[in-house]
Design a protein around this ligand. Structure first.
Ligand code: FEO
Length: 402
């Protein structure tokens, strides 16, 4: 299934789809699969840009051969060393032993450490060029998007930016490889999930990279996951710019942990009050059922989050605790937050979420509301006030007349 990228006939997508692996990085759900995109430039000199995960090596090597026949690969350009992209490096080197491995000085310790390869290194630095004949490649170091060694490669001839993880997303490529061949709504959700799960921790470095790339004439973006941006590369750059600045849409995520339904009852009541007061985007999640990958992505999308938990062995209920740890680690800023929950004796759920709110520094809306045994009239009255206050705050911010 080799597909020529349309700007330049010598540049090919040689990626693979993975619909078998359940968890990306053995943690994040892949129910819609993922693609590992690799590219080959079939010029006077032949360059491959990144490889694919080790479970796809056989299919991958066949694709390389289909494009170049008996000619050898001259360069493997390693934009990123995470094994979902470097996993077929050793096999490619075995097939093409003269191949030079192009990376920056931070790349090579990873290569030696993961694969024991100590030869064929070709070191480049920021702004260096590699001439393939017709295509002239320029390298841009973009550390910590997503690992220390990450870099991007810009083809000055075709004006394609090979951006590795940046601008990528989850979701296998089901036939459509280019942005103009797909319904992007599905991929937007999967791309934001990928951003919030994988890249978001380094949002500041994403911003730096976007500034670094801002003077380039980019006609196409070819990331290592998700669609190739042939028609609207500006669109994905805009989305990454928005997400890395923590800009949010009007809406509320209510997430709760509940053993026997009392905290869940409070969540549903709150959601109803907020809806009655004019907020249309309300997403309610049971943290025990929905993987935090999806909840994190929705919190990245919307301005407000309301977190509830029962007390569990004097702490926050474990699935909510996991989500809080992920949120703390993600570096997300500028959200409204409220807190609620339930206890039967000494508590620990609500106070644990309060401690998280203090640490993360988001603006707290209303007081924390904690029921004892089960929510009663007094708590419903407080939830009613809280729901109205949160809705008003959002309506004011997004100029909605409720
Ligand atoms: Fe797709 Fe950071 O690896």
């Amino acid at each position: 299934m080799n597909c020529k990228l349309s700007i330049e006939a010598k540049v090919h997508w040689i990626g693979t789809n993975d619909r078998e692996t359940n968890l990306f990085e053995n943690y994040w759900p892949l129910d819609k699969g993922v693609s590992y995109n690799s590219y080959i430039i079939n010029d006077e000199k032949i360059a491959v840009l990144d490889t694919v995960k080790f479970n796809k090596t056989t299919e991958y090597l066949e694709k390389v051969k289909e494009i170049i026949g008996d000619r050898p690969v001259d360069y493997l350009i390693v934009n990123h060393m995470e094994p979902d992209h470097s996993g077929s490096m050793l096999a490619l080197l075995s097939a093409y032993p003269e191949m030079k491995i192009v990376g920056n000085k931070k790349t090579f310790p990873f290569i030696e450490g993961f694969y024991g390869i100590t030869k064929n290194y070709y070191e480049v630095n920021d702004g260096d060029m590699l001439d393939l004949g017709y295509h002239k490649l320029k390298f841009y170091l973009t550390p910590m998007v997503h690992w220390p060694e990450t870099m991007m490669t810009y083809d000055e001839t075709s004006k394609i930016l090979f951006s590795m993880d940046a601008f990528g997303g989850f979701g296998a490529l089901d036939g459509g490889i280019f942005d103009d061949e797909i319904n992007y709504e599905f991929y937007e959700d999967e791309t934001r999930r990928y951003y919030s799960n994988i890249v978001a921790k380094y949002s500041q470095m994403v911003q730096k990279s976007l500034q670094k790339l801002s003077s380039l004439d980019i006609r196409m973006i070819a990331p290592t996951h998700g669609p190739v941006w042939r028609e609207s590369p500006g669109k994905i750059m805009e989305l990454y710019n928005k997400w890395s600045q923590f800009k949010a849409e009007n809406g509320v995520v209510i997430v709760y942990g509940s053993m026997y339904g009392n905290t869940a009852k409070m969540a549903d009541y709150l959601a109803r009050i907020i809806a009655q007061n004019g907020v249309k985007n309300i997403k309610v999640f049971d943290a025990s059922k929905t993987h935090n990958s999806y909840i994190l992505s929705e919190i990245w999308k919307y301005k407000a989050v309301i977190i509830g938990s029962c007390a569990y062995n004097t702490k926050v209920f474990s699935p909510v605790e996991t989500l809080l740890a992920k949120l703390s680690n993600s570096g997300l800023k500028d959200r409204y937050v409220s807190v609620f929950g339930n206890k039967s004796w000494s508590g620990g759920g609500v106070s644990g979420i309060d401690a998280f709110v203090k640490e993360i520094g988001w603006e707290k809306i209303g007081p924390s509301i904690e029921a004892t045994y089960s929510p009663k009239d007094a708590e419903f009255e407080s939830l009613n006030k809280l729901g109205k206050e949160m809705a008003k705050r959002l309506n004011d911010e997004f100029n909605i007349n409720a």
